[in-house]
Ligand binder design. Structure first.
Ligand SMILES: [Zn+2]
Length: 396
């Protein structure tokens, strides 16, 4: 099926192929809801995931930005995980060294709760400016807090006057629909300062396609990139791509670039040559997604028939999407465990599952615990040992 009505926001191409369709998914994944009924009645939106045949960009053509409101109630941080913290600290160190950010000012667009900017300044950057509607400066306890400036807002042309020696943007571009306009806005703000490193991190869609990972496709993520489609966007919007790589067990893409004054500067890197691989991935996702869904659903029903109890670990976007997509089998999941204390006692958008601390497992003792990100398996197994809880662990 080809949707002729929409142009690709990354390249302007008009040949979009449908990848995946789902109606009535929660329009937010990380908003905290104190009331179960409010959580279940949470506003819904549709997924019309499409693939641009020209540049490989994948998007939700039914995305309506007015359904997304980011605010202080938004609880996206993964920083309560040691594994994620170590990764972020290590990345901050690597970028500080590689781009000589010592003593320099870094602007972070979409800084979330601000942890990464703190890491950068602790590693040697001189100062940081963080912009995000969900930033919570009162949570920052680092000794470098005095060198950080926070702006509680979405980045826009209003902030083009902010000058910095580097621009960082992590896990933000996938929440933005007009990705071409967004990159051109950043490029325009940088003007003739072609020495500024521009460093982005976001999920890699190729892995999502190859694993038919339906839990990684959700409303908040309206834009999905591979190494190639991301680099093509950067090159098309006035950047020279210095490096593109995969990290965090190949879940995340890192792109390092700088403003260019000539169109499409530099030769594409070998990793960018992925259009054929993407097409294969799209077909694989289309073929396998129903099977993957049924496998989880049947596992839960079989366990239920044996009188077993099941729960998930991870109440973030993947958990919300997993439960919202499972259908009736989601009712067989008793609750979601999360290590972020700010989420405890709250309810997940859409399915309305309660979010509980890990100590809860001591009392309830589920027979099956589904881990929403395999990278946390060791961390979770360690926590279960500490709690003295023996349960079957399965990662998506
Ligand atoms: Zn395109």
């Amino acid at each position: 099926m080809t949707d002729q009505s929409t142009a690709c926001p990354a390249c302007g191409g008009s040949r979009l192929t449908s990848v995946y369709t789902k109606d009535d998914v929660p329009s937010h994944s990380c908003l905290l809801l104190a009331d179960e009924d409010e959580a279940r009645a949470f506003p819904k939106g549709d997924l019309r995931i499409a693939f641009c045949e020209r540049c490989g960009f994948i998007m939700n053509t039914a995305f309506d930005p007015t359904k997304n409101q980011y605010s202080a109630r938004y609880e996206e941080t993964q920083a309560f995980s040691t594994r994620f913290q170590e990764f972020a600290r290590d990345l901050a160190k690597r970028w500080t060294d590689k781009y000589d950010l010592y003593g320099k000012t870094v602007l972070e667009i979409g800084c979330g709760k601000g942890e990464f900017l703190v890491h950068l300044v602790e590693q040697g950057a001189g100062a940081g400016i963080g912009i995000d509607p969900g930033v919570r400066p009162e949570r920052i306890t680092s000794p470098v807090a005095g060198r950080l400036t926070w702006i509680t807002d979405l980045y826009s042309e209003r902030y083009a006057h902010l000058t910095a020696d580097a621009v960082v943007c992590r896990h933000t571009l996938e929440h933005i629909a007009p990705v071409g306009d967004f990159m051109r806005m950043i490029r325009a703000a940088l003007g003739d300062r072609t020495d500024i490193p521009v460093l982005f991190e976001l999920p890699d869609v190729l892995r999502v396609l190859q694993e038919a990972a339906f839990w990684d496709v959700y409303y908040e993520h309206c834009s999905y990139f591979s190494a190639g489609s991301l680099a093509r966007l950067f090159r098309a919007t006035g950047f020279e791509v210095l490096d593109v790589s995969l990290d965090y067990d190949d879940q995340y893409l890192l792109i390092e670039a700088r403003p260019s004054t000539v169109p499409a500067a530099g030769d594409p890197l070998p990793i960018e040559d992925d259009l054929a691989t993407l097409r294969v991935g799209v077909r694989h996702f289309q073929r396998e997604v129903a099977t993957t869904l049924n496998r989880w659903s049947e596992m839960l029903w079989r366990g239920h028939q044996r009188g077993e109890k099941a729960a998930i670990w991870g109440s973030g976007s993947k958990g919300v999407s997993f439960l919202a997509t499972l259908g009736p089998a989601a009712d067989l999941v008793r609750y979601a465990v999360d290590i972020n204390p700010h989420k405890h006692g709250m309810f997940m958008a859409g399915s309305g599952h309660r979010i509980v601390p890990s100590e809860w497992l001591r009392e309830d003792r589920p027979d099956l615990l589904i881990i929403m990100n395999p990278i946390y398996r060791d961390e979770i197994a360690g926590e279960l040992t500490r709690l003295g809880v023996d349960t079957e662990l399965r990662a998506v």
